[in-house]
Every structure is written in structure tokens, then in C-alpha cells.
Design a protein around this ligand. Structure first.
Ligand code: ASP
Length: 436
């Protein structure tokens, strides 16, 4: 077995956390390749090293004094090194960093040093070789990730290595400059490394015991999802479910490698397994429920719409011409509704409406705003009767008015529109209709 283990910022925020990480890695010899993030927050009011680097570099870029800001960053690492009783100096690295900042080496280079330095510390602490991601993870000059070139170089490099620490978040451009993925991008590096070594499992270690069935800010203590498919995760991620960087899914999904979300602070918890497919039924019929506020529904009515060829295309054209992407489109016989993000629509409202009139000649247009959309997602819905009934009667019992319903043809989700003000109540009610 080969496992790639990625540790997030909070898992590597202090010497204590480093100790937990080492215990986890040493407990299983299959955990051979390690991808660290930069040190994250030690407590809720703390600042992530990545953010400290961005601020420090902003000063350097204006040729302002950045000594204090850089010392504060160095202090974070020195505290970890001293706390672990290690004999390691980062003086040379920080001298280079200072010179590079003075020479305006770039914002992404600056941010990447969080992972780079943490990788050096972690490699020394584990006794594993350190590999600089800039040499093996490649981007095109336009900034797109070069998946195949990276995979070839990285698999070649790691083929005969027993262990390695490969820092997350960055790689390099053809001209040699450092380029980062978007925020949270160490997840992507972990996934890319897992593909390169053809891992059996990609363990993504964080500070929660897996993906939760719903948002813990809305429902108290929600249950953990034991197994979720990539498609279910995608549906929930679209609604703001955020456990993993979205782009981290593709490399492992195509290679058929499952991801296990695990908790560094509670390593015995099984966490959540993310897989391509499974015969395991979800524990609660539904897999998850998530949602977002702030949608507008534009409802267009026209007699005999059903017989008018091209009506839908012309209606969507009015949105396309104004650069507005539509999120959903439930329809009736003589009505069609286009659901869009409220803020996106408001800015261009009158132009869009004028264009709908011109292109579609409707009998009436009705606009509803302040709609929240809730996605109830689950592979178990297809084979279970009465899921919709359970959702709607629960909402009815709570006197929550349903403003829209849309079921995807995959039968993987039901999308429900309610008023923004009913959003939290609706999520609670739906959650408790399935999880007792
Ligand atoms: N350190 C980077 C960030 O804060 C990348 C990561 O942690 O995944 O976004």
C-alpha cells in the first residue's frame, strides 16, 4: 500500500501539532509521501503564515520597512523548531527571503515560502528527504496547471523514493518563477502527488473528523458523513460545502484513488471516505444538505409557450448577452423561471428585462428576490421512496413556504427554494427529518 498524506495548516500550526503529525506518520509505514501546508492558526484569533507573508510582501513591494513583519514570520518557525528541540537553523533561508522580497520577487513566490519553509522543517523532523515542488510541479506561462508534464516529472522523481516531503500550494512557470494554486491549494498538491505515485489512498488531514452532513454553524453538532461519492461532493460543494479545494478532486478521481478526510486531533476517528462509487448506503438516506442565500428568480409567462420553438434559447440569450450565468431553470407549460445570483442580476436588471421583452415578447415577467436555495443530496434517493415527501412535510410542519422545487435528472439531488429568512430553519428541519 502507498498512502499520500496531506496536512492542513492547523495540523502544523505549532510544535504540539507537529508531534501529532509525526505520530500519525510513524504509526503507518504506508504513509510514505507527505504534503504539508504552511503553519495555520493556533487559535481563532491567530493569523495564518500565508496571510502574514502576503502582508509582509505588500510592504516590501511598496519599498516600505518589512523587517518587523518578516521577524514575526520567522518567529512562528523558530517557535516550532525550538518546541520540538530540533537543531535546525532557517537563517540562510530567511536571508534569501529578505533579499528576494527587496528585489520584488513576486506575491506568489512570497506566499509559497510558507509551505516551502514548513516542508524543510517537517522533512528534518521526520528524517525524510525534502523535495522542492518548484522543480516538479509545472504551470504554463498563462497560469494553467500542466497536469501531464507534472505527473511525468513527479512520478519519475518519486518512483524509487521510500519517503519524501513535498510542500503544497506551489510550483513553477516555464520562466522559472514560482506560481501558486489558488488559496487552499495544498489539497491539489496532495492529489497530484497521490496520482504520481499511484497511491492506494490520499489521506487529507485537517481539524474536523470528516465532512459533516450539514453546516455546523446552522445545525448543532451535525453527524459526519462516512462515505460520499465525488458527484455528491460536487453537488454539495456548489452550495458552499467546503472541505476540500474543488480542483483537488480531478487528479485522484481520474486515477481511481479514494480520499480519506481525517482529523489530526482525533486520528482514531474514521473520517469521511470520498470515492468514485460505492455499494454502501448513506447512513441517513440523504448524504448531505447545504445551501446558499441570495438568489433571484425571473419568472416569464407566455400563453402557448410550449409550442413556440426557440423560446428557451431566446430567454437564456438575454442573460448570456449580459454575462450572467444561470443557476437553475425550472419550467411549467406556459412559464419558465431563470434563477440567478441576486447581486449579479441587480447590476444589469433593466437591460436584461428589456432584452427579454424584445427577444421573447412575454405576457408577463415576475421577479422574486431574496431566495435561498437548499440542495438535499444523496445517492440513496434514487432507491428510496418518499424522500421528497419527508422533506416537504417537514417544511410544512414548520410552516416554511417553498418557493421553488427543482429535481436534477440524476435523482442525486432536490433543490428547494425558500425565503432567505427561512433558510436556517429550513436546513434544520430537513436535517432532523433524516438524522434522528
Ligand atoms: N497555505 C495556503 C493557504 O492558506 C495553501 C493551503 O493551506 O492549502 O491558502
Amino acid at each position: 500500500m502507498v498512502k499520500v498524506v496531506k496536512f492542513g495548516g492547523s495540523s502544523l500550526a505549532s510544535a504540539d501539532q507537529f508531534r501529532k503529525v509525526k505520530d500519525i506518520i510513524k504509526a503507518d509505514p504506508d504513509r510514505r509521501f507527505v504534503v504539508p501546508s504552511a503553519p495555520g492558526k493556533r487559535h481563532s484569533a491567530d493569523t495564518k503564515v500565508t496571510d502574514m507573508l502576503y502582508s509582509c510582501y505588500a510592504l516590501a513591494e511598496q519599498d516600505a520597512d518589512f523587517d518587523d513583519a518578516l521577524s514575526a514570520i520567522k518567529k512562528r518557525y523558530v517557535e516550532i523548531i525550538d518546541g520540538l528541540g530540533m537543531n535546525l537553523s532557517l537563517d540562510k533561508e530567511f536571508d534569501t527571503l529578505r533579499a528576494d522580497f527587496k528585489a520584488h520577487a513576486g506575491r506568489e513566490y512570497a506566499a509559497s515560502r510558507g509551505e516551502y519553509l514548513n516542508g524543510i522543517v517537517l522533512a528534518a523532523y521526520l528524517g525524510f528527504p525534502f523535495i522542492d515542488s518548484a522543480e516538479y510541479i509545472f504551470f504554463s506561462q498563462d497560469g494553467t496547471f500542466r497536469a501531464e508534464e507534472t505527473n511525468a516529472a513527479l512520478s519519475e522523481k518519486l518512483r524509487d523514493m521510500k519517503n519524501a516531503v513535498i510542500p503544497g500550494f506551489y510550483g513553477s512557470l516555464p520562466d522559472g518563477r514560482v506560481k501558486t494554486f489558488s488559496r487552499g491549494g495544498s489539497d491539489i498538491t496532495g492529489s497530484v502527488v497521490a496520482r504520481a505515485v499511484q497511491a492506494n489512498l490520499y489521506e487529507n488531514w485537517t481539524d474536523v473528523s470528516g465532512c459533516l452532513v450539514t453546516d455546523p454553524r446552522i445545525v448543532e453538532n451535525p453527524k459526519v458523513i462516512d462515505v460520499i461519492t465525488y458527484r455528491e461532493l460536487r453537488e454539495l460543494a456548489y452550495m458552499g460545502f467546503n472541505v476540500l479545494h474543488e480542483d483537488a478532486i480531478f487528479p485522484v478521481r481520474t486515477a481511481g484513488i479514494p480520499i480519506n478526510i481525517k482529523n489530526t486531533n482525533s486520528p482514531k476517528d474514521p473520517g469521511t471516505l470520498i470515492v468514485e462509487n460505492t455499494s454502501r448506503k448513506p447512513s441517513f438516506t440523504i448524504t448531505g444538505v447545504a445551501g446558499k442565500k441570495g438568489f433571484t428568480a425571473i419568472n416569464v409567462e407566455k400563453d402557448m409557450m410550449n409550442a413556440e420553438i426557440g423560446f428557451g434559447r431566446r430567454l437564456l440569450q438575454a442573460f448570456e448577452d449580459n454575462g450572467i450565468s444561470f443557476e437553475h431553470m425550472p419550467s411549467g407549460i406556459d412559464t419558465m423561471t431563470v434563477v440567478v445570483h441576486q447581486t449579479e442580476f441587480e447590476a444589469k436588471e433593466q437591460t436584461v428585462l428589456a432584452e427579454i421583452h424584445k427577444l421573447c415578447n412575454p405576457d408577463a415577467i415576475d421577479i422574486s428576490t431574496d431566495i435561498a436555495l437548499i440542495a438535499v443530496v444523496g445517492r440513496g434517493m434514487k432507491s428510496n421512496r418518499g424522500v421528497a415527501a419527508r422533506i416537504f412535510s417537514a417544511l410544512d410542519r414548520a410552516s416554511i413556504n417553498i418557493r421553488m422545487i427543482d429535481q436534477g435528472s440524476s435523482e442525486l439531488n432536490i433543490i428547494i427554494g425558500v425565503s432567505n429568512t427561512d433558510f436556517e430553519d429550513a436546513i434544520n428541519v430537513i436535517y432532523h427529518a433524516f438524522v434522528q
